[in-house]
Design a protein around this ligand. Structure first.
Ligand SMILES: [Ca+2]
Ligand SMILES: [Ca+2]
Length: 431
């Protein structure tokens, strides 16, 4: 099955090679290589659905789901008054290579731009300003300004947490996480960061500009969780004295919690919650406090994982994908000592951004996950059942989706990837 499925990816990507320049460019190589292989076993939407130019006016999400046919039917057969399509997508603003966003309690939006700008957007008016005081970022390849999240008691502390690629010596780079206090201008159009403190650095810094990860979330335990990808180095993901390929758990001031699983080993190991990860670009807690992350696989084998204390997720020893050069990697089931993904994708979706919905605007989405798709140019809907997860539906969006967020208004918000990435507001349709 693994040999057949990558062909689906070819169909989705056919004709859009020139548009794919940064994230996991190697995936494009895979796609070209696989073209002309076996016929796909599953039906997919024709490429025109994926490649259609975005509508200038508010667009309605296509109602046809792309993949997982039987699963889609199972997911929709429930007796729920769910409009179809469930939402309408409206562009609100445009950014230059937006990467992440987070809403302020007052409904305004912070957006990071990969080249190093922090934007403040008024989503009611579409007006976009700037927050100055961001540290220098190492921009290039997959690196640059990364995530932005708020301290759990932001109203009191004013702490904003940011992540970014940072230059080291001799052309090396690595992810870093800092916090700073947000001061907004009286005009409401911008502001500045003050009292900046660097809390964490991904070590060792290495050359290359792939797989930084640096997505962040706060848990209900008040801890700061950081995804630290393996910088395209593979084996360090199995080394507890390297930050590469790890889930990192810190106190809100950057210190190491005494109850981390490898705290007794000290050094970098003390920061580690789980290991054996590849390129983690999404992190979300569900209502029961379970931690879910997704990670890009190599050629195939994108993963959605339930993160467990001290567990090893197998990269690069096992993967449901293979190396880009065609070298096979043993699949997860061959090595049960490694924690296997709860859901996985071949062909890849190239996941980026992740939210588990908890709002009131879409009651039928409560408890479900939404993952942005880069190569798949889609929004992927995940249904959870306790410790289990599966894709139930895929909404073609016509552009690479970099980030997914839930607003204080309960609407879903997306950021498109790339040079003129739009902020999209998803509002419910009437059933
Ligand atoms: Ca976010
Ligand atoms: Ca794995």
């Amino acid at each position: 099955m693994k040999a057949v499925l990558p062909v689906l990816c070819c169909l989705l990507l056919a004709g859009c090679e020139s548009a794919k320049v940064d994230e996991d460019g190697a995936e494009v190589v895979l796609v070209r290589k696989a073209a002309g292989a076996q016929k796909p076993a599953l039906a997919v939407n024709p490429p025109r659905d994926v490649l259609a130019p975005p509508a200038a006016t508010p667009a309605t999400a296509p109602s046809a789901a792309v993949a997982e046919g039987p699963r889609v039917m199972a997911g929709l057969s429930r007796a729920r008054q769910v409009p179809d399509p469930p939402f309408t997508s409206t562009p609100v603003a445009t950014f230059n290579e937006p990467w992440a966003m987070t809403f302020l309690p007052d409904g305004r939006l912070l957006v990071t731009e990969k080249s190093g700008k922090l934007r403040l957007a008024n989503v009611a008016t579409g007006q976009v300003g700037e927050v100055i005081g961001v540290p220098a970022v190492s921009y290039g390849g997959q690196g640059g300004f990364g995530d932005v999240v708020l301290h759990p008691r932001f109203n009191e502390t004013r702490w904003v947490y940011i992540s970014y690629a940072e230059a080291g010596s001799n052309g090396t780079r690595g992810a870093a996480v800092a916090r700073a206090q947000l001061v907004l201008d009286a005009s409401g159009n911008g502001g500045s960061l003050s009292n900046l403190q660097v809390l964490w650095r991904q070590l060792p810094k290495v050359s290359g500009s792939n797989h930084f990860g640096h997505r962040m979330a706060f848990g209900s335990d008040g801890k700061l969780w950081i995804t630290s990808s393996e910088r395209d180095q593979q084996m360090p993901a199995q080394d507890l004295q390297s930050s590469l390929g790890k889930m990192i758990r810190l106190n809100d001031d950057g210190s190491v919690p005494a109850d981390n699983p490898f705290a007794a080993q000290g050094g970098i190991a003390a920061q580690v919650w789980s290991l054996g990860h590849r390129n983690l670009l999404g992190i979300a807690f569900d209502a029961s406090g379970r931690l879910w992350t997704h990670e890009m696989g190599p050629a195939g084998g994108d993963e959605l994982n339930l993160i467990e204390r001290g567990a090893n997720y197998g990269w690069p020893v096992v993967s449901n994908g293979d190396h880009y050069n065609g070298t096979p990697i043993p699949d997860h089931p061959t090595r049960p000592e490694f924690n296997a993904p709860e859901a996985w994708w071949t062909p890849v979706i190239a996941p980026a951004g992740f939210v588990i919905y908890s709002g009131n605007q879409f009651p039928w989405f409560r408890g479900q996950g939404f993952i942005g798709g880069l190569a798949s140019q889609a929004l992927i809907q995940i249904e959870f059942n306790g410790n289990q997860a599966r894709e139930v539906r895929r909404y073609p969006m016509g552009r690479r989706i970099r980030e997914v967020e839930q607003g204080p208004d309960g609407n879903l918000w997306l950021l498109e990837d790339g040079g003129s990435g739009r902020l999209l507001k998803l509002t419910p349709n009437r059933s």
